[in-house]
Design a protein around this ligand. Structure first.
Ligand code: FMN
Length: 349
């Protein structure tokens, strides 16, 4: 039975936190109730909404679950940042995207990190994980004092070493194949925002982590089948983290156009692009990513807010070419089913 800092769960599968809609209390609770370890995503939610989602999840399951927070430092608001944003905005307008959907000066925010940390610490969640940055040692101590296990993610050898040396209870590794944004920490996994995303696969990172730390390793990225799960467990993972396969779960809050694209655009490749958010993220290849990926400045989360209106409009219009279709390399295996069935399939049951 997998264990992370005293949290026992029966099936060695972790539901990846998926911000932007897919992570619902219903999805998280369904995975935990079926024996896996569900995670809620705190990113982009208000602190109040996160608190409500955490309470709702605890009402839906009596099994443990976790919550994920964004610990990103926004790109600083300098004249240079503004000029690069304006240039990208102009490019989008000149490419035919409606100017009215593109805010003039989208600001960077820290995603209300401090408030959400307080919410997480006093919530029913058993574990707290961090994306894009690391909490301070004092914050980890406070979470431990509140009875929470702490998970830090890594996408490189340096990241694994940093997570292993921290007070965290488990190290999560996210391979190159992973859908959406990976948790690459600037200054640790990547030198700066413009550095390429580390190219190590889930299996490579798992073997590295298993060799570098005795802490439990959660491994994910591109996991599509029970054989993929077995391979990462054999490489040394204590549990395997899966996101994309749950995007088409009945309980997921995945946007309709995203869900349909995962099921209908199976022949497409996935690609990494910063075009939607200002940080590299893996999407099903589409027009927007292909046209604007090269030109997109690495300004997160400003680009996320710049493109939010365009993406909302594309979703409403059923247009998969101008929407972020986050997906890992195994997305063609997606099928619509209750989360418990997807979990059982991945567990080989
Ligand atoms: C739609 C979507 C949203 C995601 N949001 C988050 C997030 O909020 N926090 C996070 O740590 N990782 C996030 N990820 C990445 C996952 O944690 C994980 O690395 C990835 O889903 C694993 O690869 P897979 O999607 O191929 O299973 C997201 C992934 C997807 C597909």
């Amino acid at each position: 039975m997998p264990q992370i800092a005293g949290i026992d769960f029966e099936v060695p599968l972790v539901l990846a936190p998926m911000a932007g809609g897919p992570s619902t209390p219903e999805l998280c609770a369904a995975v935990s109730s079926a024996g896996g370890l569900g995670f809620l995503a705190g990113g982009y939610l208000s602190a109040e909404r996160l608190a409500a989602d955490l309470s709702r999840t605890a009402e839906l399951t009596d099994r443990p679950f976790g919550v994920n927070l964004f610990a990103a430092s926004p790109a600083p608001d300098t004249p240079e940042t503004r000029a690069r944003l304006q240039a990208y905005r102009t490019r989008l307008v000149e490419s035919g995207h409606p100017e009215t959907l593109l805010p003039d000066a989208p600001l960077g925010t820290d995603d209300s990190y401090a408030q959400k940390l307080e919410v997480a610490a006093s919530s029913p969640a058993a574990a707290v994980s961090f994306t894009f940055g690391h909490p301070s040692s004092a914050e980890i101590r406070d979470l431990h004092a509140a009875g929470k296990a702490v998970v830090l993610y890594a996408t490189s050898e340096a990241g694994i070493r940093a997570a292993a040396a921290s007070g965290a209870d488990a190290v999560g590794v996210q391979g190159f194949q992973a859908g959406g944004h990976r948790a690459s920490v600037t200054g640790v996994d990547i030198a700066d925002a413009d550095a390429p995303d580390p190219g190590l696969t889930a299996a490579e990172l798992t073997r590295l982590a298993a060799g570098l730390t005795r802490k439990p390793v959660l491994a994910g990225g591109g996991v599509a089948t029970a054989a993929d799960v077995r391979a990462l467990l054999a490489a040394g993972a204590s549990a395997v983290q899966v996101g994309t396969r749950f995007l088409t779960a009945a309980e997921a809050g995945t946007k309709k156009t995203h869900r349909t694209a995962l099921l209908e655009l199976r022949d497409r490749e996935t690609m990494l692009t910063a075009a939607f958010s200002g940080r590299p993220a893996r999407t099903v290849a589409n027009d927007f990513a292909r046209r604007h990926g090269e030109a997109a400045p690495r300004l997160y989360p400003q680009l996320h807010f710049l493109t939010a209106g365009l993406r909302g409009e594309a979703n409403a219009a059923g247009d998969p070419e101008n929407l972020n279709l986050w997906a890992g390399t195994g997305f063609a295996a997606c099928r619509e089913a209750p989360a418990a069935d997807i979990l059982a399939e991945l567990a080989g049951r």
